[in-house]
Design a protein around this ligand. Sequence first.
Ligand SMILES: N=C(N)NCCCC[C@H](N)C(=O)O
Ligand SMILES: O=C(O)CCC(=O)C(=O)O
Ligand SMILES: [Fe+2]
Length: 330
Amino acid sequence: MATDFKSIPLIDISPLLSKSDDSRMSEDPGVAEVVRQLDQACKVAGFFYVKGHGISDSLIKEVRTVSREFFGLSYEEKLKIKLTPARGYRGYQSVFEIITGGARDKQEAIDCYREITKGMYGDLGRTMEGCNMWPRDPANMKALMEEYVNLCTDISRKIMRGLALGLGGSPNEFDGERAGDPFWALRIIGYPGVSTTNGHATSENDIGCGAHTDYGLLSLINQDDDITALQIKTLSGEWISAPPIPGAFVCNIGDMLKIWSNGLYDSTVHRVVNNSPKFRVCVAYFFEPNYDAGVEPLDFCVKRTGGKKKFERAVYGEHLVNKVKNNFEM
Ligand SMILES: N=C(N)NCCCC[C@H](N)C(=O)O
Ligand SMILES: O=C(O)CCC(=O)C(=O)O
Ligand SMILES: [Fe+2]
């Protein structure tokens, strides 16, 4: 459970990344130190920054630059890749189209997911069957985002090995049928700034993304360098900001890791409020369990938390579909 934290730790994960394909990684002192920091951050805040992740500053920036270019296109042009249920909820949604907690979010976005082909997961997969929608312009967007997703998946898998050790398990706890064939999501998001002419304080219509938790295991957030908008809820109900650290990702825990860890790690509530006059871009990558994974508290986590399972079993794909359907009025 998130306790009262005042700031979000910054963790250099390079020692973990260099050793996490080694079966004896847990014996490495550099790895042990990263694991200690990750575990502490997840127990206290459910949020941390990571640096030393190996993705170049220039790629991280390019991903946002190309996204900003897309959002700058005409509405008509953007609608050519419109999100619809028939397309497996992939594609573009315009400002105030997406809903969080019953209210409309002041954001536009492109939603992408790992491809699900027809019949791949039977009934469980049907809602999400489809291919991603990429614009004709910017022409390099598809290739760039696909490269980016591959890199994020690789890093996330390795961070998950660190988290598995932090929880007291083997490093491979989330490989195989849990998250060895992981589903993923990518949300390319644009948050309009506040108009400088209406000098009002932030109103409800200025919430870029309402209070929510993320759905899967681990989120990697790539946000604009010059705007502070992401806010994290502490146990006492206060909102603290997660200001950008250039080149670093903001990471947080999703609902499925809360269940697997029996609450040792929590999926912390967060929201986005862009109070600046500038348009804010964020590209959020979500590392998720296998689409058809059954998720219930892991025995060794249950033992560490008093012997009682605190959460019911969930099927990741069902959890996702419930969420996705509630995000839109379609
Ligand atoms: N794929 C992920 N995690 N997306 C997070 C979005 C959370 C807000 C969404 N409208 C909701 O109400 O859930
Ligand atoms: O824009 C951000 O900083 C975070 C977005 C987010 O929390 C989400 O899409 O789940
Ligand atoms: Fe989120």
